[in-house]
Design a protein around this ligand. Sequence first.
Ligand code: TRP
Length: 401
Amino acid sequence: MEKNEMEEQKEEDDQIVNPWEVAGKDGGKIDYDKLIDKFGCQRLDESLISRIERLTSRPPHVFLRRGVFFAHRDFNEILDAYERGEKFYLYTGRGPSSEALHLGHLIPFMFTKYLQDAFKVPLVIQLTDDEKCMWKNLSVEECQRLARENAKDIIACGFDITKTFIFSDFDYVGGAFYRNMVKVAKCVTFNKVVGIFGFTAEDHIGKISFPPVQAVPSFPSSFPQLFPGKDDLRCLIPCAIDQDPYFRMTRDVAPRIGYQKPALIESSFFPALQGETGKMSASDPNSAIYVTDSAKVIKNKVNKYAFSGGQDSIENHRKYGANLEVDIPIKYLGFFLEDDAELEHMRKEYAAGRMLTGEVKKRLIEVLTELVERHIRARAAVTDEMVDAFMAIRPLPNMFD
Ligand code: TRP
């Protein structure tokens, strides 16, 4: 039998990145350069970032400045079109598999919120309750409940209701959306999904037939209430790079059914507290900071579990300094401490051994506590009526204003 992409990936470099599994070679770090080559996406370089700055007349988001979003597909074309005065829409999503989100889950949504504000464009958010029901041992009803709960966390990120449509697959799939799914499905052979996703003959057919569901929100005609007669409107998908296989498939099919390929802007993974070896694990609550964690829990997790690149004794630390390459507190500050000058100062002092791990952790605890407390307040203000309003199938007459 022909080896599929998945098996080749394992044999060649032992690094695994797909929607269900993220693991570095020999339990080490993810090699993102290799991933870009392997997937065939492009690096998001300085010139693209300054172009974003120029076009939006605002400073680029921290996640751009610090390389959190580091890869793309055709993002330059989206900017070309935008420069000509053409609009686009954003598409992102979440698989509602757990009640509480951790910080890693918030990253694409924080970034999408910035894109929506900076470019003043509409956004569709897919809640793949069907996906999680098929992959996890969860009932249909439980996934639907989790989808609504997660919608509250998403809304708490500050999305503009006049420009945002949130939908659950269980509720929304049908009509024009379903017609697009069938168009896509007809273009993808079993061999093809085996190659892209590594499905086997033992996987149930729900999994095998799922990819079109995640593909078609990339096409404006899947949302006739939003984009009637706008079949050429381009789509930009902010996501973590593990979702790339879905959109490789989508981009492959799009021209064959007369649609535009979606563009992508892709992030690296938010590391676990224990160190940078992949994504955080939902099964180990001590590997992540949750958006529900109290100040006390955050303090305890950071102090107890955050992997330190500092030396084992103060003496050695003063002498050799910290290894920033493996230090989690510094990595986390790179995501969430907005002040570039302060971060640079800390990196320098810590690497030189003049600043101690305890001091870096103390600053991180402050930053995370503020972020999480802000999120908890915002989420508490999200009512059931607001969830219904975001999820109502409706036109968005002012979505480009
Ligand atoms: N499959 C994603 C997950 O499990 C959810 C998702 C659906 C998504 N559509 C998306 C993520 C588009 C990013 C972009 O979380």
